[in-house]
Design a protein around this ligand. Structure first.
Ligand SMILES: *[C@@H]1O[C@H](CO)[C@@H](O)[C@H](O)[C@H]1NC(C)=O
Ligand SMILES: [Mn+2]
Length: 366
């Protein structure tokens, strides 16, 4: 009997413990179900009631259309196939280049401590044709790519870009041309309009089926990050050193991107009315998403890029209207874009490394 009391005391103790555990587990379950349900309801309300006008998410202390509308393209690098028509005659005898170029080397060392020289770059790229054109010699390129670079007062950056990119683009076995779109005059910079001009002018020269839009100060750190077009508009600069080698936000579409001719036309090109820094890339993102497309991206390793450090340019101050503009992409995009583009070419200069198009794109108020 004396030794039974601890046993007796123990039984209700373990019973209590079990009961408590059951209650705690039940409570946790209940709580999580409630929380899940709450968020679901919240999502439903958000997507139905506010759907039409308020489908926006906060980034850069502002708003873009949300990822809920975005079907993120599969990581697998599905390539768009482009029709090959009349061009057959020219390189008929050549076989198509391989889906993955055998010339790629992978990660690259990219640095900006040594100055580079244009003459040196010319020597290192003897296969280039006038205007920064290249066509693979031994096989028929899978895509004809125009690389468009919006430009003003960044000669030093352009030298690095040409020095690094020409060898990469050749190893990628692209049939490509480099177009530097130089904004004439002293008006505020307008990146997206210059990109539209590049698209239109490049098409006048050659039957390009793919357009890569690149800032002059961004260099890929891996040649497997192919400067071509994919089944969905491609974001290429996904892992910039400037942003700690990651995306600053999910909807980011800045720096370097590519769109096929078809994709570009589908979104009516880019906006013409973003004068000054910021927002135009978010507008492009909004255009893509609102036309039911998604974004294709390389993985974070292949997508690493370096940006040449620089101070903010004069005449490219942050555009105070950008927040308002990107909130209304869907209403403005059909009237503002490649279909409303107007500009005056001042001069076209060709050298071995690139075609420079000096263009008067006007001013914000006209
Ligand atoms: C947000 O920041 C990114 C990265 O600097 C920039 O590309 C984009 O244009 C910005 N958007 C706005 C609305 O300021
Ligand atoms: Mn920059």
């Amino acid at each position: 009997m004396p030794d039974s009391s601890p046993v007796n005391l123990n039984i209700p103790g373990s019973f209590l413990q079990k009961t408590c555990t059951v209650v705690v587990v039940f409570c946790a379950l209940h709580l999580s179900v409630t929380v899940l349900y709450y968020f679901n309801t919240f999502e439903i309300i958000k997507n139905s009631v506010f759907a039409r006008n308020q489908q926006q998410k906060h980034i850069n202390f502002t708003t873009v259309y949300p990822t809920t509308m975005l079907q993120i393209a599969p990581i697998t690098e599905t390539t768009a196939t482009f029709k090959t028509e009349a061009e057959e005659t020219k390189r008929k005898e050549l076989e198509q280049c391989a889906e993955t170029s055998p010339l790629l080397v992978g990660p690259l060392r990219v640095e900006f401590s040594q100055p580079v020289d244009l003459e040196e770059s010319k020597k290192q790229n003897p296969a280039l044709q006038e205007g920064g054109r290249f066509t693979p010699r031994d096989c028929k390129a899978l895509q004809k790519v125009a690389v468009i670079i919006p430009f003003r007062n960044r000669e030093e950056h352009l030298k690095y870009w040409l020095y690094y990119l020409h060898p990469i683009l050749q190893r990628q076995q692209l049939d490509y041309g480099v177009y530097v779109i130089h904004q004439y005059g002293e008006e505020t910079f307008n990146r997206a309009k210059l990109l539209n001009v590049g698209y239109a002018e490049a098409l006048k020269e050659y039957d390009y089926d793919c357009f890569v839009f690149s800032d002059v100060d961004l260099i890929p750190m891996d040649d497997r990050n192919i400067y071509k077009c994919f089944g969905q508009p491609r974001h290429i600069a996904v892992s910039m050193d400037k942003f700690g080698f990651s995306l600053p936000y999910q909807q980011y579409f800045g720096g370097i991107s590519s769109l096929s001719k078809e994709q570009f036309e589908k979104i009516n090109g880019f906006p013409n009315n973003y004068w000054g820094w910021g927002g135009e890339d978010d507008d492009i993102y909004n255009r893509i998403v609102s036309k039911g497309m998604g974004i294709s991206r390389p993985d974070g390793t292949v997508g690493k890029c370096r940006m040449i450090r620089h101070n903010r340019d004069k005449k490219n101050e942050p555009n105070p209207q950008r927040f308002d503009r990107i909130a209304h992409t869907r209403e403005t995009m059909n009237g503002d874009g490649i279909n409303s583009l107007s500009y005056k070419v001042v001069e076209i200069k060709k050298n071995t490394l690139f075609t420079e198009i000096i263009v008067d794109i006007g001013s914000p108020r006209r």
